[in-house]
Ligand binder design. Structure first.
Ligand code: SF4
Length: 191
């Protein structure tokens, strides 16, 4: 009999609780229950769960990889938010995979007024971003507000975080933005 992941977990849970009620299964503290030698998954590849990075809904997904390459992606039926569903955007997360042949791997820069893209190095891009942030920050610096209170902030830059950021990344991002003097700090999941 072929079982889906959900059916397998349901049957395992029902069997375990039935045995516990009948007193046939004595729980042992500190010892993990033995797993069957082979879980009857449909695909014999490495599977792991993850969270969709695209929006604040936070749908759960199961990714399957073979030899380090993503070979399947599907909504996680055991996830309480999406229960196996996936919108078109979430279902297209393969495009984020390092093995997506269409993924951009180099920095493309089109100068103001130019019609052609130039290829640039990552070092150039990072220096350029830092330079522009510094220039914008300095030229929009507000030392005192209209009532004369010292505020020391920049109103020329805003930060918008994305759902792909985890707690730790959000913490670091917020710290950096505050250190730069930003006050317009938002997160996409709240919009
Ligand atoms: S699958 Fe769709 S709805 Fe769910 S988190 Fe991803 S983008 Fe949002």
């Amino acid at each position: 009999m072929e079982l889906s992941r959900r059916e397998f977990l349901k049957l395992s849970g029902a069997g375990a609780s039935g045995m516990a009620v009948l007193g046939l299964m004595k729980p042992e503290i500190g010892r993990a229950g033995a797993l069957p030698a082979e879980i009857p998954l449909h695909k014999k590849v490495g599977e792991t769960t993850t969270i969709c990075c695209y929006c604040g809904c936070g749908c759960g997904f199961i990714t399957a990889s073979e030899n380090g390459i993503l070979v399947n992606l599907e909504g996680d039926p055991d996830h309480p938010i999406n229960e196996g569903g996936a919108c078109a955007k979430g279902g297209a997360q393969f495009q984020l995979s390092a093995h997506n042949p269409r993924r951009l791997r180099k920095v493309g820069y089109r100068a103001p007024g130019a019609s052609e893209w130039e290829e640039k190095s990552w070092d150039w891009a990072i220096d350029e971003i830092a330079k522009r942030i510094k220039n914008t920050r300095d030229s929009n610096w507000v030392e005192k507000d209209k009532d004369g209170y010292t505020v020391n902030r920049t109103e020329g830059i805003a930060s918008l975080g994305g759902a792909a950021l985890d707690n730790e990344e959000c913490y670091l991002l917020a710290k950096l933005m505050r250190a730069l003097g930003l006050v317009y700090i938002e997160h996409q999941a709240r919009i």
